[in-house]
Design a protein around this ligand. Structure first.
Ligand code: ADP
Ligand code: ASP
Ligand code: MG
Length: 457
């Protein structure tokens, strides 16, 4: 069995779903289990509808709801299914407007509609294209805790249910499930966090002992740089789980950061593939280290983070100063990404958070604190960074015209990260890309495309 996950951009229309059906048909002998995201940008639109309702913009909420319904109707032709789901959704939205309150639980209920619908629609299209398909409601098999909007799977229960349900069905039919959604043991709908369909794919792969997990998206694979930040990145043919996890964590949206955990545990290779160019070999992510003459595998960036500078108000570093600081971030469930310390001060970065004012108030009880917004982390990732002298010197030479605010070599040793103002991200990424990818190791990077673009020699 293999797991094939298709993201929203691979399912945005009936034509796109037909293309997906073709890709699946060619792999029927591997007994594919298909995990799907919501169609197109449906999740964003559902959240926008909820926010309109909450803000008292009833008309705007209803208008967007109608548009979303028509889109689903047009691309599926499934009148009854679409009607039923949108009726339920409209009732929820009306309730929201009356209550004026949007709990995380309600957010999950509303955002789950994207994958609930897309999975039913994909089954229907598959059948129309002559593929025998069967729907499995993800909420019956992916069991999570009740941390709504960021729910954590109960892996042992989920694996038991997947192993009991999916393989018998996959003998004769293509199993189709919605990604991103799950339910608590009591049956309350939850979601795994934005981009969470990748994680569903990996959990399903681990639960059924799949031979491979394929993440089908709208790019040729993991690229050496985020294409929305700088164009001209090259496809990484092969990288390790550790490298891919680090890239995902530091902003490479092509993979959800937790995706690889279940795959690593069961040692299942993960592939990133392009549903618009299915013959491109993509990126293969494997357990072993991937040696390369290129010291860096790829760059990543995480934009608009917060940079905290925290000074002890006492002359000497008080005993417990660091512990105190971390307890506060921990209490507000706010992960710290980068950290640098001196005797009396600490600089650290966190994602933008609604809890900023609370965190600041608590820190200011024992420290002087400043916070800088519009900062970004730029990271170089590669197993070789730890073994290669002179990488930092090359980085600083490349960035000589850019103000680098903070630098740290990750505890994992395969990442070198620094903070720059968000306005400098493009220039920093371009300079680093020129420095580290002007020559490519053909065993690890797609040199053919590089040469075709006329970059080399
Ligand atoms: P899907 O809908 O298939 O889940 P996503 O939008 O979540 O797709 O992820 C794919 C996008 O990730 C790409 O279109 C690209 O803009 C972005 N991306 C960011 N960093 C990278 C990278 N290093 N390599 C490839 N894509 C990246
Ligand atoms: N549809 C969800 C989202 O947009 C999950 C996913 O696509 O992975 O976040
Ligand atoms: Mg995604």
């Amino acid at each position: 069995m293999i797991v094939m996950k298709f993201g929203g951009s691979s399912l945005e229309s009936a034509a796109a779903i037909a293309r997906v059906a073709g890709i699946v048909r060619e792999r029927l002998d591997r007994r594919p289990v298909v995990v799907v995201s919501a169609m197109g940008k449906t999740t964003n639109r559902l959240l926008s509808i909820a926010n309109h309702a909450l803000g008292g913009r009833r008309e705007a909420a209803l208008r967007e709801l109608l548009e979303l319904k028509q889109y689903h109707l047009r691309e599926s032709g499934m009148e009854r299914t679409v009607d039923d789901h949108f009726q339920e959704l409209a009732e929820l939205v009306r309730g929201l407007a009356v209550l004026g309150e949007l709990s995380p639980r309600a957010v999950d209920t509303i955002s789950s509609f994207g994958e609930r619908l897309s999975s039913l629609i994909v089954v229907n299209h598959f059948e129309k294209h002559g593929l025998k398909a069967v729907h499995v409601d993800a909420r019956k098999v992916i069991i999570t805790d009740n941390r709504h909007t960021q729910a954590v799977p109960d892996y042992s229960e989920t694996y038991l249910r997947l192993a009991a349900t999916v393989p018998p069905l996959a003998q004769k039919r293509v199993v189709v499930m919605g990604g991103f959604i799950g339910a608590t043991a009591d049956g309350v709908t939850t979601t795994l966090g934005r981009g969470g369909s990748d994680l569903t794919a990996s959990i399903v792969g681990a639960g059924i002992g799949a031979e491979e997990i394929q993440i089908w998206t709208d790019v040729d694979g993991m690229l050496t740089a985020d294409p929305r930040v700088i164009p001209g990145g090259h496809r990484v043919r092969l990288c390790s789980f550790a490298e891919a996890a680090e890239l995902a964590y530091f902003g490479a949206k092509v993979l959800h950061p937790s995706t690889l955990l279940p795959a690593v545990e069961k040692n299942i290779p993960v592939l990133i593939l392009n549903s618009r160019r299915p013959n491109v070999e993509g990126t293969r992510i494997i357990a072993d280290n991937v040696h390369s003459s290129n010291v860096v595998k790829a760059l990543a960036c995480k934009q608009n983070i917060l940079l905290f500078n925290i000074h002890s108000t006492r002359m000497l570093m008080a005993h417990g100063f660091l512990r105190h600081i971390f307890e506060i971030f921990d209490r507000y469930a706010t992960p710290v990404d980068m950290l640098a310390t001196t005797e009396v001060s600490v600089s650290l970065t966190v994602d933008e958070t609604e809890k900023l004012e609370h965190i600041l108030a608590e820190l200011r009880e024992f420290a002087e604190v400043s916070v800088e917004k519009n900062q970004s982390i730029v990271s170089l990732v590669g197993e070789n960074i730890r073994h290669t002298p002179g990488v930092a010197a090359r980085v600083f030479t490349a960035l000589k015209d850019i103000n680098v605010r903070m630098i740290s070599q990750g505890a994992s040793l395969l990442n070198l990260s620094f903070v720059v103002a968000t306005g400098d991200v493009k220039a920093a990424m371009q300079a680093l890309h020129d420095e580290f990818f002007s020559e490519l190791d053909p065993a690890v990077f797609d040199v053919a495309a590089f040469e075709a673009a006329g970059v080399s020699q």
